[in-house]
Design a protein around this ligand. Structure first.
Ligand SMILES: C[S@@+](CC[C@H](N)C(=O)[O-])C[C@H]1O[C@@H](n2cnc3c(N)ncnc32)[C@H](O)[C@@H]1O
Length: 278
């Protein structure tokens, strides 16, 4: 059993490194997992293990501990009405603006994408609504802190509850039936998406502003106000001049001094880097 002081230090270390608020009681309840990670790493004493974690905040051991606090709840077409507002009202405006500029690229980021359902949902929506001859180059990037969910996203095979909100007709059109109730994404949609492990808190400023739209839904609830601010500024630097940020309808950033301006479509609030929506 670890001392209370060590538990507190570990909890602070995880929050500093990954932004995840990590309840000390939950850490205590996860002592068997913690001890097993400590033993596997070859440390007998908690002080030595804690010193090692503090000196190596990028170690696989710290990420393994942190992964036990992550909540990966996600499913295809989550927050359907917000997606409808995005695809039916906002997307046509984005497309019009791009056409005026002669820009035929479209680049979206599903940040904190969990096992990839959000990124694939966006790929399906864009494929349904956009003329791929006009927009031949559509890319959707999915990132998450947790390696296991990113591996699942790369595989692109799903079963059960996560498929419950896929609109009728889309399962047959965009998925291939595997055995039992499992479906895998067809190559057309899979080919539009790319996944990688990335910590939203430690991402370096980008060399270029790459994204037209960033979706970061149902992740802000886990971050402190200070970390929300860091992440919002990072998103700002990753978005193109007219870029848009979409957060979940239960995510709150209203207390943060946000670098974004807001506008509404279909009753939903969207965040704009420039003058979009004005
Ligand atoms: C509840 S899921 C949301 C998934 C998806 N965006 C959705 O709305 O369905 C939250 C995700 O945030 C990820 N996450 C938490 N902290 C993170 C961080 N610092 N960097 C990247 N991802 C993080 C978790 O691993 C988890 O998969």
């Amino acid at each position: 059993m670890w001392h209370k002081g060590s538990i507190k230090s570990l909890s602070l270390l995880i929050e500093k490194q990954y932004g995840i608020r990590c309840d000390e009681n939950k850490l205590i309840s996860q002592m068997p997992i913690l001890s097993s990670i400590q033993t596997k790493a070859g440390f007998l004493r908690e002080e030595d293990f804690l010193n090692f974690l503090t000196a190596s905040p990028k170690s696989k051991e710290l990420i393994e501990i942190a992964e036990n606090f992550l909540i990966h709840e996600t499913y295809f077409f989550r927050e359907f009405k917000q997606l409808q507002a995005f695809s039916e009202l906002l997307l046509p405006e984005i497309v019009e603006q791009k056409k005026r500029k002669g820009d035929v690229t479209l680049s979206l980021w599903s940040a904190a994408c969990s096992s990839g359902e959000e990124a694939y949902t966006l790929a399906i929506i864009l494929n349904e609504l956009l003329d791929r001859r006009v927009f031949p180059s559509i890319r959707i990037y999915g990132t998450d802190l947790d390696r296991l969910v990113i591996d699942k996203a790369k595989k692109g095979s799903y079963a059960g509850r996560t498929l419950k909100d896929v609109p009728p007709g889309y399962l047959g059109r965009y998925f291939l039936k595997e055995k039992d109730d499992a479906y895998s994404l067809g190559s057309q949609i899979k080919g539009m998406c790319e996944f990688q492990v990335e910590n939203l808190l430690l991402t370096k400023p980008p060399s270029s502003q790459r994204y037209d739209v960033i979706f970061c839904r149902n992740a802000f609830i886990y971050f402190s106000d200070a970390n929300k601010k860091i992440i919002l500024n990072h998103f700002l630097s990753c978005l193109k001049a007219d870029g848009i940020l979409v957060i979940g309808s239960t995510d709150s950033i209203s207390k943060i001094e946000s670098p974004f301006s807001t506008f509404t479509r279909g009753g939903f609030t969207f965040y704009s880097k420039g003058n979009f929506g004005k």
